[in-house]
Design a protein around this ligand. Structure first.
Ligand SMILES: Nc1ncnc2c1ncn2[C@@H]1O[C@H](COP(=O)(O)OP(=O)(O)OP(=O)(O)O)[C@@H](O)[C@H]1O
Ligand SMILES: [Mg+2]
Length: 592
């Protein structure tokens, strides 16, 4: 027995052979497996085995490797990269490998001491645990064994990681490390805790995945009305520098009808993340007025942090999202920006001297992106009570020069179902959100129409299609206008141009910083769109019966349409009144 122990010890120890930026080579780890987590060097930096060649392990290190020397010891934890899941995740800000940044700051100051070991979940907090199962009860994996009020907004459900019979369980105050009970699994006794570990590269299982028939309500008109995302859906926001990727993602985080937000700042500039870090704690939850952080987990891996950890940040984020999904919550996961993760893959791939694929990205880029987005979905969770949860993933992509023919954009578009095309020209004209309505698409539109008909209005999908048709017509007409000027167009076509200007300015534009308009309910969106389409129909009718175009253009009701956005959610009857006013105004024009 004693001999075996020494063998194990030897096999878990190796030494550093070669160091190349975030990639190091380790010799002598005999029993190493792919994706084992290692403690590298005297400081014990965290790394992960990404390739094994003979006696050598190639390791990506998630911390700064400068000043490491060959010969330093390396220890194998013999565990894949994992996260801790339990109460204390919400309100927390983590780095890519789930180290809590605030606790680290308290321990090591503004700069992270390398190799620092701070547990992801707070060990000192005593949570009030309420048991939900009885002694002697048989439970399955995923059954709720108890609850903890994690924050004012979120009830944290403790899910059984085992199938077995409950031996002991008691409500009370516990830290995550104290046993809350005991379970017998196949004759063997296991302690139960409020937290568990999960390997980040393995998706958490669910009972069933469902088709996308419920929308994620974002409060953003161009998204909800024209390019809807489903609950459990995937969307990509590619856009050039400064076109609004971050602002759009933040709006989605703030206003989407999800209970939980996981926001991954991946490789973006520190100041962008600072904005998120300083702004989020002050943001109020729309429904309750409580801080948004009460239902948010932030993962910050900025451009000045080690590149390898970008990949870890993506996996850490999605695993935390799955954990809350399994409790029966709707989760919105934002990743800003997936291009920085892909660039990290390229850098690491380059150092591995792998055969590069397109534009130097590794050949497995497409697969990695697909595997990530596949973890989205609306599901029935494991566990005996019927629970449903979802993860919707919204990934920003930053194509160099805004050219989406590059591999990261293309491979992302292949797997995501909604494409929100940010357009530098629109951003320059200060048309925000600068989402180009002619280039964007949503493949969920058809499957969501039934929901829109029953929950918004039976004529909503038709009206939306009409509006889009007009916007497409506008693009055609504009080409003619550029050649011959607007006056050469027939009156009806000039009406199209007049109305599409309304659609663009009074409907599609939505200022993320406006107190009233940053978010619009479906009811408001519907009534706004209805007013514009009604105006259009009335105008075309007026032209048909010989009314002069100028009379329509001078109709004062257009000023009121221009101010629809400023109507508050609790006074939407004003929009119904506007509808009547449009009607009256045209009756008068026609009379004259
Ligand atoms: N919906 C919006 N409403 C008002 N202003 C907006 C909106 N979207 C973007 N902007 C403006 O555009 C600016 C740039 O947006 P943002 O930082 O989101 O761009 P980005 O695409 O993330 O850029 P980068 O490539 O630098 O990360 C914002 O600071 C803001 O002024
Ligand atoms: Mg940004």
């Amino acid at each position: 027995m004693a001999t075996k122990k020494t063998n194990d010890e030897n096999s878990a120890r190796g030494y550093l052979k070669r160091i190349s930026g975030p990639v190091v080579e380790v010799s002598n780890l005999t029993d190493a497996k792919l994706y084992d987590v290692l403690r590298v060097g005297k400081q014990g930096l965290i790394g992960e085995i990404i390739k094994i060649v003979g006696n050598t392990c190639i390791v990506q290190v998630y911390e700064d490797t400068s000043r490491l020397k060959p010969g330093e010891p390396v220890e194998n934890t013999e565990q894949p990269l994992s996260v801790e899941l339990g109460p204390g995740l919400l309100k927390n800000i983590y780095d890519g490998i789930q180290r809590p940044l605030k606790d680290i700051e308290a321990k090591s100051g503004h700069y992270i001491t390398r190799g620092i070991n701070v547990p992801p979940l707070p060990r000192d907090i005593k949570w009030e645990f309420t048991a939900k199962v009885k002694i002697g009860e048989r439970v399955k994996v995923g059954d709720i064994i108890g609850e903890v009020q994690e924050t004012e907004l979120i009830l944290h459900r403790i899910l059984s990681p085992y199938e077995g019979i409950i031996n002991k369980i008691k409500s009370g105050k516990y830290t995550v490390e104290q046993e809350i009970g005991e379970i017998t699994v196949g004759g063997k006794k296991n302690n139960l805790y409020m937290y568990q570990k999960w390997f980040v590269r393995i998706p958490r299982p669910c009972a069933e995945k469902f088709p996308p028939i419920i929308p994620l309500i974002t409060g953003q008109r161009i998204i909800d009305t024209f390019f809807p995302v489903s609950k459990g859906g995937t969307a990509a926001i590619p856009g050039p520098f400064g076109s609004g990727k971050t602002v759009t993602q933040q709006s989605l985080a703030k206003y989407s009808d999800t209970e939980i937000v996981v926001y991954i700042g991946c490789g973006e500039r520190g100041n962008e993340m600072t904005e998120v870090l300083t702004e989020f704690p002050h943001l109020k939850d729309d429904k309750t007025g409580k801080p948004l952080m009460e239902r948010t987990v932030l993962i910050a891996n900025t451009s000045n942090m080690p590149v390898a950890a970008r990949e870890a940040s993506i996996y850490t984020g999605i695993t935390i999202a799955e954990y809350y999904r399994d409790m029966g919550y709707n989760v919105a996961l934002m990743a800003d920006s997936t291009s920085r993760w892909a660039e990290a893959l390229r850098e690491i791939g380059g150092r591995l001297e792998e055969m590069p694929g397109e534009e130097g990205y590794p050949a497995y880029l497409a697969r990695r992106l697909a595997e990530f987005y596949e973890r989205a979905g609306r599901v029935q969770t494991l566990g005996k009570d019927e629970r449903y949860g979802s993860i919707s993933i919204i990934g920003a992509v930053s194509p160099p020069g805004g050219d989406i023919s590059e591999p990261v954009s293309q491979n992302t578009l292949r797997v995501t179902k909604v494409f929100l095309a940010l357009d530098a020209a629109l951003a320059q004209r200060r048309h925000f959100p600068a989402i180009n309505w002619l280039m964007s698409y949503s493949l969920y539109k058809d499957s969501l129409d039934e929901w829109f008909r029953t929950n918004v209005a039976h004529d909503f999908p038709g009206m939306r299609d009409k509006a889009m048709e007009l916007l497409q017509k506008e693009a055609e007409l504009q080409e003619i206008v550029q050649l011959v000027g607007p006056d050469a167009l027939p009156d009806k076509e000039q009406v199209v141009l007049f109305v599409t200007k309304m659609l663009r300015e009074d409907f599609l534009q939505q200022n993320a910083y406006s107190e009233i308009d940053a978010k619009a309910s479906f009811k408001k969106q519907y009534l706004m769109l209805k007013s514009i389409i009604f105006f259009y129909e009335k105008a075309i009718h007026a032209i048909d019966i010989g009314v002069q175009l100028k009379k329509i253009q001078d109709n004062l009701v257009t000023m009121k349409i221009g101010r629809m956005k400023e109507i508050k959610e609790n006074e939407l009857e004003k929009l119904s009144e506007l509808h009547k006013e449009i009607d009256v105004s045209f009756t008068e024009i026609v009379k004259k």
